[in-house]
Write a protein that binds this ligand. Structure first.
Ligand SMILES: Cc1cc2nc3c(=O)[nH]c(=O)nc-3n(C[C@H](O)[C@H](O)[C@H](O)COP(=O)(O)O)c2cc1C
Length: 423
């Protein structure tokens, strides 16, 4: 009954929806209690967080809080790692996209500067090849000590990143430099390292995602299995790149990410109205929803009862939402559609591109073990008037979202620079 307008699947390096993985190392400072807020802010940004407590940090903050916030086991022991792959001291740091140490004591900075690996966190600092971000926190005398200053210089020269410390009243009641920066600044610095592209600032992105429920009667509907995962990845990538994001979402398992404005709809007609209402204001419009092709003609106002026989439903075709909306496309706007294709991918998708007045079509496979509704990976090609990219390569939905916006940004730049109206 419904068109499979989207599709994805499989298992690559990325096994969850999270686009990025951060190790959050917490060391033995009075500021360690703020690690819970740092973890919470990272999780809200869609980052998967593996928390690590040093022995001293465990005196300041409870593992249970960090576990509840992150949904991940807290790593404390080095020697568990030989039997538990989830806390392995080599594979976990290698899978991370960033290693954040907040708060960072004088001790961990000294160990990192000198290559000492006597616990899980200091070992991970030597294993990882991801960016390392330290948020130092200590008493002013400790911070200003030549040994600490030399360690900081060494780490700087090796390419480590720092946020803070700040000046102010310290826990020891003295005033001076050494306070850990507040969690939002630490998370901002981490996000800038995780997502160096910030090329959508000031840009409005409008996205449709999820499926539709087309009512049969007040309690029944015709629906589809759209999970909303692709839409979530697209919205998250747009937010990471600084866009203002509005998501029109039909029924889906996955909710839009924190930071996006969202409009909930049920039916294709409601989705169409919401899309048309917001279309003109958007710079980029992406139709990733699995829109129902048909709806029940004249749904019953009372619940259907069994009558001992058969029942016939008459279906009528829904409008092609993105094709109708794209008729209004103005110069400088980029409009993207999704298409599930099984054969002749490039030819079919290019035909759709022209027929629907789109700038890009993402052709994707549905119904296979590694590319379907609800999976974290997708086989997809991004197609424009000049040809196809990626040729149905298997990738995470987060990677597809990133490549899609790379392409869109290049297109926007061209359109903005061109005096010729788009076709
Ligand atoms: C109450 C208290 C507060 C502390 N605060 C700090 C601090 O803010 N910065 C710091 O470098 N050390 C601080 N320390 C000392 C560290 O906990 C100590 O150097 C420890 O060995 C650090 O171990 P770790 O780096 O493995 O967590 C504090 C100690 C105590 C008892």
């Amino acid at each position: 009954m419904a068109r499979s307008g989207t599709g994805w699947t499989g298992k690559t390096k990325m096994s969850t929806m999270s686009a990025k993985h951060a190790i959050l190392g917490v060391t033995g400072s009075i500021a360690a209690y703020k690690a819970c807020e740092i973890a919470s802010l990272l999780v809200k940004q869609g980052v998967k967080v593996t928390p690590v407590l040093t022995k001293s940090a465990a005196e300041f903050v409870g593992a249970a809080s960090l576990e509840a916030i992150t949904g991940s086991r807290v790593i404390k022991e080095m020697f568990d790692s030989s039997t538990n792959a989830n806390i392995d001291h080599v594979s976990v740091p290698l899978s991370a996209d960033i290693l954040i140490v907040a708060p960072a004591t004088a001790n961990i900075l000294g160990k990192a500067a000198h290559g000492i690996a006597d616990d899980w966190l200091s070992t991970a600092l030597l294993v990882t090849r991801a960016p390392i971000l330290f948020a130092p926190a200590m008493n002013t005398n400790m911070y200003e000590h030549p040994a600490v200053q030399e360690n900081l210089r060494t780490l700087h020269e090796r390419g480590c990143h720092f946020v803070g410390p700040d000046s102010g009243v310290l826990a020891c009641k003295t005033v001076g430099i050494g306070r850990m920066m507040e969690p939002p600044y630490i998370v901002e610095a981490a996000m800038a390292l995780l997502y160096p592209k910030h090329d959508l600032a000031g840009t409005k992105v409008l996205l449709t995602t999820g499926g539709n429920h087309e009512p049969i009667d007040p309690v029944r509907f015709i629906g589809n299995r759209s999970s909303g995962k692709m839409g979530h990845a697209i919205a998250q990538e747009a937010l990471n790149r600084g866009a203002e994001v509005t998501v029109i979402t039909g029924p889906a398992e996955v909710q839009p990410p924190e930071g996006a404005t969202f409009v909930r709809v049920q039916t294709a007609l409601e989705m169409g109205d919401a899309l048309l209402e917001r279309f003109d204001a958007a710079d980029i419009v992406i139709a990733a929803a699995a829109v129902a092709d048909y709806r029940v003609d004249d749904p019953a106002t009372e619940k259907h009862k069994r009558n001992g026989g058969s029942m016939t439903l008459r279906l009528v075709e829904n409008p092609d939402l993105i094709a109708e909306a794209a008729l209004r496309k103005r110069q400088g706007q980029v409009v993207v559609g999704f298409a599930a294709e099984t054969s002749d991918v490039e030819r079919n998708a290019r035909a759709k591109l022209a027929k629907k007045n789109l700038d890009l079509v993402v052709a994707n496979v549905v119904g296979t073990a590694d590319s379907d509704f609800g999976t974290d990976t997708v086989r997809a090609s991004i197609i424009d008037a000049t040809g196809a990219r990626d040729e149905l390569a298997l990738m995470s939905k987060a990677t597809l979202a990133e490549r899609l916006f790379d392409h869109i940004v290049a297109m926007l730049d061209k359109k903005r620079g061109s005096p010729i109206a788009s076709p």
